[in-house]
Design a protein around this ligand. Structure first.
Ligand code: PGA
Length: 239
């Protein structure tokens, strides 16, 4: 059986001192029973390198190098040992106006460096209420994966936008349904089985029931992973 994947997306949190104590707390406590991927902010990536968990970046630019002040390239990430990159997160889509085409270019650039994109897709509450969830997700998948050769070199994350940071989550049946939709779409198109994570308000109280859904391959945790003790308790619950 594949190991369940736990992604900790620390977002724009932690000072250097806090990142150091986070690392001190978790570094010897993460076993290899799970595939744990820690995604700290860019300045702390090298600090988090070389432990039992994998290193993930929260973002990347689509080009290799050049005059792009403030950006970080896939080549740079690869050179410091990053293995996974979150892409298409709704915060980047909404706040930084990243569209599917840009996300598609980023995925190509990530794959070119043999890193694994963790591609996030998901619907708004309005779209869900209007029964448009699968249409919206299909559109995102089509555009984000356009002209790509997908083998099992990508991980997907279903992240309903209304569930992110809100304390609300879909029901198990709703999660199962979208997971299956994504898996079937990929399977029909590329004849492969990919791993799909759930993300959005995962916490100590719901992680076990979400990860136990038969077609959920893991979870992407934001807010609840910022406290290292909280992360460790969640890992204990699912190990
Ligand atoms: P959350 O964030 O766990 O705080 O809802 C998840 C995410 O943004 O990926």
């Amino acid at each position: 059986m594949m190991k369940k994947i736990i992604v900790a997306n620390l977002k724009m949190n932690l000072t250097l001192a806090e990142a150091n104590s986070y690392l001190t707390n978790i570094k010897d406590k993460i076993t290899d029973q799970l595939e744990v991927i820690i995604c700290p902010s860019f300045p702390y990536l090298t600090l988090f390198k070389g432990y039992q968990f994998k290193l993930g970046a929260q973002n990347v630019f689509n080009l290799e190098k050049g005059s792009y002040t403030g950006e970080v390239s896939p080549v740079q990430l690869k050179s410091i040992g990053v293995e996974y990159v979150i892409v298409g997160h709704s915060e980047r889509r909404l706040i930084f106006k990243e569209d599917n085409q840009f996300i598609n270019e980023k995925i190509k650039a990530i794959l070119n460096q043999n890193m694994l994109p963790i591609l996030c897709v998901g619907e708004t509450l309005e779209e869900r209420s209007a029964n448009k969830t699968s249409t919206v997700i299909q559109t995102q998948l089509e555009a984000c994966l356009k002209d790509l050769n997908i083998t099992n070199n990508i991980i997907m994350a279903y992240e309903p936008i209304w569930a992110i940071g809100s304390g609300q989550t879909p029901t198990s049946d709703e999660i199962r349904e979208v997971m299956q939709f994504i898996k079937d779409y990929i399977n029909n198109k590329y004849q492969i089985n990919i791993r799909v994570l759930y993300g959005g308000s995962v916490n100590k109280d719901n992680i076990k029931s979400i990860i136990d859904i038969d077609n959920v391959d893991g979870v992407l945790i934001g807010g609840a992973s910022i406290d290292s003790n909280n992360l460790l308790s969640m890992l204990n619950l699912v190990e």
